[in-house]
Design a protein around this ligand. Structure first.
Ligand code: KG4
Ligand code: ZN
Length: 357
């Protein structure tokens, strides 16, 4: 029987220390043998956001235990690992360096290939952990640091169709939560508060809704939320503002996704189109419902990774590593940590004041 490749994935780009082992399953989805994620919510809670130095220290304290646990849980011996895949960017450089150095040392001592993975490619390929995902597909990546529509043509071949020109969507959720007085991490809590609120109570702006193709902007919402948050008197007001914010985001995503579908299809009507939504914000049930309905209306098959693979995890890094392993895309041990590492390197930088759409 043909040997099944075993990959160790390591992720430390932000505030999750994670390690996972997956095993290739020829022709079908891989076996996830272990998936360990240690979140640092308690470390950063009192600061209302991630403090890079504290995050890095916490990664240093835990990385060897987390990797050991992933190996033990998998039932494999360390000698059975065929390659080590690790997030090399984008992310906080002090955090990336911890996982990267650990992975390099392990690869060197075991004499196994080393694979540097783009964290965003991990999110992009995360559905491969549970479904037989085929190229090409349209990707909406919505995380704490990125918000983009990408046409995924093949492994490593991305064309950006649209991006946020200011805040990332997860960042907008987190900042809104902070202004309303909802605890860290904001995204999941906004969703909970919104369930009890009236989404029609507050009218919030939808910047560049009718222009800029499928580019997006969320910074204007911050200013509007800040103004309203000063008038908040009770829990119901909080719920209503959370619900109004989430509803506004859904309306923006609905319109922009419709535009992205058109751009993805171009002039040729294709069949069997797939729409993948990945990243932490893909865990939001209301957003998921809106985008699933829209996909069916427009003839796209929607794919959302299961909840455990929406947020940061190492199984998605391992699966990206496995795809690279199959085509022997290995890296040298002097691969740097890359705090900025766009999937579409050719796309122009579209952020900040003065952006023309
Ligand atoms: O992909 P991820 O875990 O980390 C990054 O790569 O950034 O995404 C984290 C982001 C955070 O901003 C978090 O608030 C947001 O995803 N998030 C959510 C939900 N769960 C996580 N946003 C809205 N609704 C949720 N249920
Ligand atoms: Zn992420």
């Amino acid at each position: 029987m043909k040997k099944k490749t075993v990959i160790l994935g390591i992720e430390t780009s932000c505030d999750e220390t994670a390690a996972a082992i997956i095993e290739e399953n020829h022709g079908t989805i891989p076996n996830i043998l272990s998936n360990v994620v240690s979140s640092q919510i308690d470390v950063h809670k009192e600061f209302g956001g991630v403090v890079p130095e504290l995050a890095a220290r916490s990664h240093i304290e835990k990385i060897d235990l987390i990797v050991k646990k992933a190996i033990n849980d998998s039932g494999k011996k360390i000698s059975e690992i065929d390659a080590i895949a690790v997030t090399a960017g984008p992310g906080l450089i002090v955090c990336l360096s911890v996982g990267l150095n650990f992975a390099k040392s392990l690869a060197l001592s075991l004499g196994k290939p080393f694979i540097a993975v783009n964290h965003l490619e991990g999110h992009a390929l995360s559905p491969k952990l549970t479904t037989n995902l085929k190229y090409p597909y349209l990707l909406l990546l919505i995380s704490g640091g990125h918000t983009q529509f990408l046409s995924v043509k093949n492994l490593g071949k991305y064309k950006r169709l649209g991006t946020t020109i200011d805040d990332a969507l997860g960042e907008a959720f987190d900042k809104t939560a902070k202004m309303i007085g909802i605890e860290f991490p904001g995204g999941p809590f906004i969703e909970k508060f919104a369930e009890k609120g009236n989404s029609k109570r507050f009218n919030l702006p939808k910047p560049i809704l009718k222009k800029g193709g499928c580019n997006m902007s969320f910074a204007g919402l911050k200013t509007a939320v800040l103004k309203i948050s000063k008038t908040i008197k009770n829990e119901q007001d909080k719920n209503d503002l959370a619900a109004s914010f989430q509803n506004t985001i859904q309306e923006i995503l609905y319109v922009k996704t419709k535009k992205a579908f058109k751009e993805f299809l171009g002039k040729n009507k294709k069949k069997n189109n797939t729409f993948v939504v990945a990243g932490g914000v893909a865990a939001n049930k209301s957003i998921k419902k809106t985008l699933i309905n829209l996909s069916y209306e427009e003839g796209f098959k929607p794919i959302f990774p299961p909840l455990e693979f929406c947020g940061d995890n190492a199984a998605m890094i391992a699966v990206a590593g496995l795809e690279k392993y199959k085509v022997k895309k290995f890296d040298t041990l002097n691969h740097p940590a890359k705090p900025r590492w766009p999937l579409d390197e050719k796309a122009i930088f579209l952020k900040g004041a003065g952006v023309k759409l």
